[in-house]
Design a protein around this ligand. Structure first.
Ligand code: NDP
Length: 231
């Protein structure tokens, strides 16, 4: 039986590359995005394979998350990749942080991954070890923060790391691994054109890290090359 993965924010950037990498590896891929009718790359991929299913999902819509998990209740997922992310406005800083934008970023980067884990963990239990890969960012590391700023995005990813850690403790009895992963600085809309990694490189390296995860590594924060990132 094919392995199954659910990926959020799959219509572009790192998420789309993850879809391509897992399809190439022979997995059954459930790709979620906000507007399937605008997901032309995903539709193009779908036209050439039976292994890709598209689902419309705004990760901030908790009822939609529950409905999707019910719709897919029969699928024993091996992997959930919480990839959807949002940086928020770049033109804020100390003295002019927008609290509404902060809430929005937290909804997407921090709360949604937990809601997805809560909704899909029964399907992940069916496979041992089921894995929850939370795509975080190095800028969420306290140790790595030597330049300040980035209040909204940094704090949302630091909080996501905390979610990933608690999930690892809560779900380890059920054989589920939860980690936070940094995808590198990637050439996407978020990473910009000067980033060092292509989406394909990042996705392939993330898959290698995920493939090699052991239960002992659950609750950790890892770089795309597999090295540990300090909290
Ligand atoms: P992009 O900005 O290129 O893509 C973001 C993706 O998230 C899009 O598919 C977007 O969908 C989706 N998304 C945003 N909000 C929602 C929502 N409410 N519901 C569903 N999907 C949503 O980002 P990247 O591909 O660069 O980033 C992927 C992940 O990697 C993110 O978690 C990001 O924080 C992280 N990351 C990226 C780095 C980089 O250098 N690129 C560095 C470190 C971490 P839509 O098209 O509908 O907006």
């Amino acid at each position: 039986m094919k392995k199954s993965v659910l990926i959020t924010g799959a219509n572009r950037g790192v998420g789309l590359a993850l879809v391509e990498v897992y399809l190439a590896a022979g997995w059954q891929v459930n790709a979620c995005c906000r507007r399937t009718n605008h997901a032309s790359e995903l539709k193009h991929l779908q036209a050439h394979t039976d292994s890709l299913t598209l689902h419309e999902l705004d990760v901030t819509d908790h009822q939609a998350i529950t409905a999707l998990s019910q719709e897919l209740a029969d699928i024993p997922f091996d992997l959930l990749i919480n990839n959807a992310g949002y940086y928020g406005p770049k033109s804020y800083g100390f003295g002019n942080t927008d609290a509404d934008e902060w809430r929005k970023v937290f909804e997407i980067n921090t709360i949604a991954p937990l809601k997805l884990a809560e909704a899909f963990y029964p399907q992940l239990i069916a496979n041992t070890p089921g894995i929850i890969a939370n795509i975080s960012s190095k800028v969420g590391s306290m140790t790595e923060n030597t330049s300040g700023g980035g209040y909204i995005y940094r704090s949302s990813k630091a909080a996501l790391n905390s979610v990933a850690k608690s999930l690892s403790n809560d779900l380890s009895p059920q054989g589920i691994i939860s980690v936070a992963l940094h995808p590198g600085w990637v050439q996407t809309e978020m990473g910009g054109p000067n980033a060092i990694l292509s989406t394909c490189d990042s996705a392939q390296k993330l898959k290698t890290v995920i493939d090699n995860l052991t239960t002992k590594q659950s609750g950790g924060f890892y770089n795309y090359d597999g090295s540990v990132i300090p909290w």
